[in-house]
Design a protein around this ligand. Structure first.
Ligand SMILES: *[C@@H]1O[C@H](CO)[C@@H](O)[C@H](O)[C@H]1NC(C)=O
Ligand SMILES: *[C@@H]1O[C@H](CO)[C@@H](O)[C@H](O)[C@H]1NC(C)=O
Ligand SMILES: *[C@@H]1O[C@H](CO)[C@@H](O)[C@H](O)[C@H]1NC(C)=O
Ligand SMILES: *[C@@H]1O[C@H](CO)[C@@H](O)[C@H](O)[C@H]1NC(C)=O
Ligand SMILES: *[C@@H]1O[C@H](CO)[C@@H](O)[C@H](O)[C@H]1NC(C)=O
Ligand SMILES: *[C@@H]1O[C@H](CO)[C@@H](O)[C@H](O)[C@H]1NC(C)=O
Length: 375
């Protein structure tokens, strides 16, 4: 499928979906109430369905979650937006606010000067239509919806006057989708850590954000990202801590995941692409190493550890390209509501270390988060 450029993205995506809807699409209706009984979660990929619901039904220990963000590519401008669509009871995902509905849409933004704003809307049910690896999601009663696919890109539409926000966000992909251990294909492992599913539909995109928040406009272009994660177990069951993030540094689009389970075992997922081709996509131990840096750096982190001032990332790019040694510096705290979860915007400086010859310095921006549950 041809890549669609931002001006025509909205119309083209709706047209593509309308055309295939009657033939191949599968439609899932997800009720707003938590369901009884056991949930079945997918942890092995099929030939398609990357961005579809992965847990059926959502019982009180299960969650399914679609995540989108855009971060400014200019480090002097602190603009960002995060939109998430979840079907998740509080009992399964205690980082969310308690709610009667498990169907929740939320948005958090940072304005160019770093000022923060967020809103949450509870829905009365969700419909997700799956076509190939793409999907379309409507969180009924929230005014939030998305449509798209890893190949053609995504569009988020928000018409939510009850929480003072409306507008659109587009994602034109510049990096191929991947699963935790490699490129997308049938039969791939989907666990990025024990019983935590992860599928990264859009590791990097040219995004255009056009939002009206109350009387204020937030409009910027940046590096966009979309993934989904899920489990049939309560979120806190297996996680001691994790570092996740994505960004664009020089010609590379990168995604990192470095996770510790309760036994101290480290699980990683490394991703880098260049010119819309995957350079590295691996879950092999030490294919990526992410460690906190700065005066307050503590590894492994525990609940009482203060935030680090950044991270050092070593990312193996394979025999042909060498490796990237990346320093990420926190420029803004985007979420700092509790000690368990923090989200940051930052800049990166990297040294590309080729197998032979001289290194090269690269710069960029990133959006990243940190979880710590260990005492
Ligand atoms: C789950 O079971 C409880 C207790 O039997 C019942 O009250 C509730 O309606 C059930 N929920 C659903 C969604 O079926
Ligand atoms: C939900 O489903 C999972 C997976 O089958 C199961 O382990 C768990 O016990 C179920 N939770 C409840 C509350 O029934
Ligand atoms: C899902 O993934 C996003 C980005 O990878 C992350 O910010 C979020 O915390 C994750 N949520 C869950 C419930 O795994
Ligand atoms: C280190 O943590 C302390 C306590 O949380 C904080 O006051 C201080 O600003 C932090 N220092 C740096 C360099 O981040
Ligand atoms: C949303 O904003 C409120 C303040 O208006 C703040 O207390 C809360 O932590 C923010 N939540 C997130 C997820 O950023
Ligand atoms: C981040 O940007 C600041 C200036 O805004 C610069 O001083 C710093 O060296 C940069 N850090 C990295 C790791 O690129």
């Amino acid at each position: 499928m041809a890549r669609i450029h931002p001006p025509s993205l909205a119309g083209a995506l709706w047209a593509i979906f309308a055309a295939v809807l009657l033939t191949q699409a599968k439609v899932f209706h997800i009720p707003a109430a938590v369901q009884n009984g056991t949930s079945t979660a997918e942890f092995r990929s099929s030939a398609s369905g990357l961005d579809g619901p992965k847990v059926h039904p959502i019982n009180s220990s299960a969650f399914d979650w679609w995540y989108f963000d855009v971060v400014s590519t200019d480090p002097t401008v602190l603009s960002s937006v995060v939109v998430s669509f979840s079907t998740a009871p509080y009992s399964a995902l205690p980082l969310l606010a308690p709610s009667n509905s498990i169907v929740v849409a939320s948005i958090s933004v940072s304005f160019p000067d770093g000022t923060l704003w967020n809103a949450t809307s509870n829905g009365n049910g969700a419909t997700v239509t799956v076509d190939g690896d793409g999907s379309r999601g409507t969180w009924h009663g929230t005014g939030f919806s998305w449509i798209g696919s890893p190949a053609s890109g995504y569009l988020i539409k928000i018409d939510a006057p009850h929480v003072n926000v409306r507008g659109t966000i587009t994602f034109s992909p510049v990096a191929p989708a991947h699963y935790p251990c490699g490129p997308i294909a049938a039969g791939q492992k989907l666990e990025v850590g024990p019983r935590l599913g992860w599928a990264n539909a859009v590791p990097d995109a040219n995004s255009v954000v056009n939002l009206h928040i109350g009387g204020t406009r937030l409009a910027f272009k940046g590096s966009g990202y979309h993934d989904k994660n899920w489990s049939d177990q309560v979120f806190t069951t297996h996680i001691a801590s994790w570092y996740w993030g994505h960004g664009r540094v020089g010609p590379y689009s990168i995604v990192w995941f470095d996770f510790l389970d309760l036994t101290g075992t480290e699980f990683v997922s490394a991703y880098a692409s260049k010119n819309d081709k995957i350079v590295a996509a691996s879950c092999t131990p030490r294919s990526i190493i992410v460690r906190p840096t700065g005066r307050n750096a503590t590894y492994p982190p525990v609940l009482s550890s203060p935030h680090p001032s950044g991270y050092h990332i070593s990312l193996d790019l394979g025999a042909r390209e060498g490796s990237l040694e990346i320093d990420v510096t926190v420029l803004a705290n985007l979420v700092d509501a509790n000690p368990e979860y923090a989200r940051f915007l930052g800049n990166m400086s990297a040294k590309l270390v080729p197998p032979s010859g001289r290194g090269k310095y690269l710069t960029g921006t990133a959006l990243f988060d940190q979880i710590k549950f260990a005492q």
